[in-house]
Design a protein around this ligand. Structure first.
Ligand code: NAD
Ligand code: MG
Length: 390
């Protein structure tokens, strides 16, 4: 990167798994990055701790009732505070922000990302739900705001972006998105149905937030990533496939028309794709451990089992029907995962809760922003209705 002034970041979801790993990269590269805004959902004490360390101009907490505590701790340091979704949008479009890191979880990422695009910001997008919920809308918004640009943080999409460097897009035959298969890959289907939150939270390779870890266990995360890849790289859905690779060393691949396949390999460490996005697809030093090839005993690949993991089918359904379908899937999943984590439903009820919402939801074929808001609310209500009867 150049010798210019450090890039000023707004990190939304700074206290989470991606947020704290982003802060780790900022700490290693103060010559490249500074922090203008930090935000969190409800972990106010963690937000205070990071604000004391990184001294942003502004700290935002999603829950308004926690702003008093935030102000009490940060006002003496001259750090401004704010709360609520509108504050998050203002933070994402503020003049002193060069790049927005969207590391909040779920639907909450959509609105600030929309604000960041409208303000022409660079975006390091971890919040895949933004593209799942409103992929078509986000694409057309990006077309009308050419200054804005999205750099993927998701490891698979970062790998694809790295494989595409120097290639003519016309030569791409297929994107191959790898999946670890999650903790239940080898479990019999009847046992999976009764799995508990403790079982689902034991991901074999990655240490992530609770919601995405459960999404990895249902493999809905992979369905979401197929949708995300479609909107990020503008490749038709039938040319994007998922392959199970339990070692999580090959982070994804691109197959070309001449039969060549390019892959990106690395240890499972999100700091590499985060740093690649922060550096606008350039390579920063010392962000993750190098991969020692000699220590790898095997790299295996297998077809995903859609009978065991029916949530995978929501990718095809969403990309065929389009409109608000994936928004419905996402909203219902958020409610179902929260219910599962609280022990209200067993693992086996997550898929039926989503399927119930998809079956009964109002479908809007060409949604505008307000249609996504309505679809998300309806889908949550439908999933809750199913769960309370389950
Ligand atoms: P996490 O649960 O660890 O952290 C989420 C962050 O968002 C926290 O800072 C939380 O305070 C904040 N937050 C929660 N609800 C909010 C709300 N309503 N408004 C504002 N902020 C809110 O989650 P994570 O694992 O870091 O994942 C973040 C995003 O990155 C997700 O979309 C996930 O799919 C994606 N992602 C994560 C990983 C990973 O390794 N963790 C990998 C790829 C993609
Ligand atoms: Mg991923």
């Amino acid at each position: 990167m150049s010798n210019s002034a450090p890039k000023r970041l707004a990190i939304l979801g700074a206290t989470g798994s991606i947020g704290t790993q982003t802060l780790d990269i900022v700490r290693r590269h103060p010559e490249l990055f500074s922090v203008a805004v930090l935000s969190a959902g409800s972990r106010v004490e963690d937000l205070i701790k990071y604000a004391e360390m990184f001294r942003p101009r502004l700290a935002v907490i999603a829950r308004p009732e926690l702003e008093g505590r935030l102000r009490e701790a940060l006002a003496p340091l001259g750090i401004a505070t704010a709360s609520g979704p509108q504050a998050l949008c203002e933070a994402a479009s503020a003049d002193d922000v060069d790049m927005v890191v969207t590391a909040t979880v779920g639907y909450s990422g959509l609105e600030p990302t929309v604000c960041a695009i409208k303000a022409g910001k660079e975006i390091a997008l971890a919040n895949k739900e933004t593209l799942v919920v409103a992929g078509e809308y986000i694409r057309s918004l990006l077309d009308s705001c050419p200054q804005a640009k999205i750099y993927p943080v998701d490891s698979e999409h970062s790998a694809v972006a790295q494989c595409l460097v120097g290639e003519n897009p016309d030569n791409v035959r297929r994107l191959i998105i790898t999946a670890s298969g999650g903790p239940f890959r080898t479990w019999p289907v009847e046992k999976i149905a009764t799995a508990t939150a403790a079982d689902a939270l034991l991901h074999p390779n990655w240490n992530m937030g609770a919601k995405i870890t459960v999404d990895s266990a249902t493999m809905l995360n992979k369905a979401f990533e197929l949708i995300e890849a479609h909107y990020l790289f503008d490749i038709p859905a039938d040319r994007i496939t998922a392959v199970v690779h339990p070692q999580s060393i090959v982070h994804s691949m691109v197959e070309f028309n001449d039969g060549a396949i390019k892959a990106q390999l690395g240890v499972p460490d999100m700091r590499l794709p985060i740093a690649y996005a922060l550096g606008r697809c350039s390579r920063l030093q010392g962000c993750s451990e190098p991969l020692t090839l000699e220590r790898l005993s095997e790299l295996t690949f297998e077809k995903p089992d859609e009978l065991k993991f029916p949530c995978l089918g929501f990718a095809r359904l969403s990309l065929e029907r389009r409109g608000t379908t994936a928004c419905t899937v996402n909203g219902a999943n958020e409610v179902a995962v929260a219910a599962f984590l609280k022990g209200r439903i067993p693992f086996g009820k997550i898929y039926p809760a989503i399927a119930h919402a998809v079956e009964h939801a109002t479908f809007v074929g060409r949604p505008g922003f307000d249609d996504y808001v309505a679809s998300n609310a309806e889908s949550r209500r439908l999933a809750e209705e199913f769960i309370s009867k389950a």
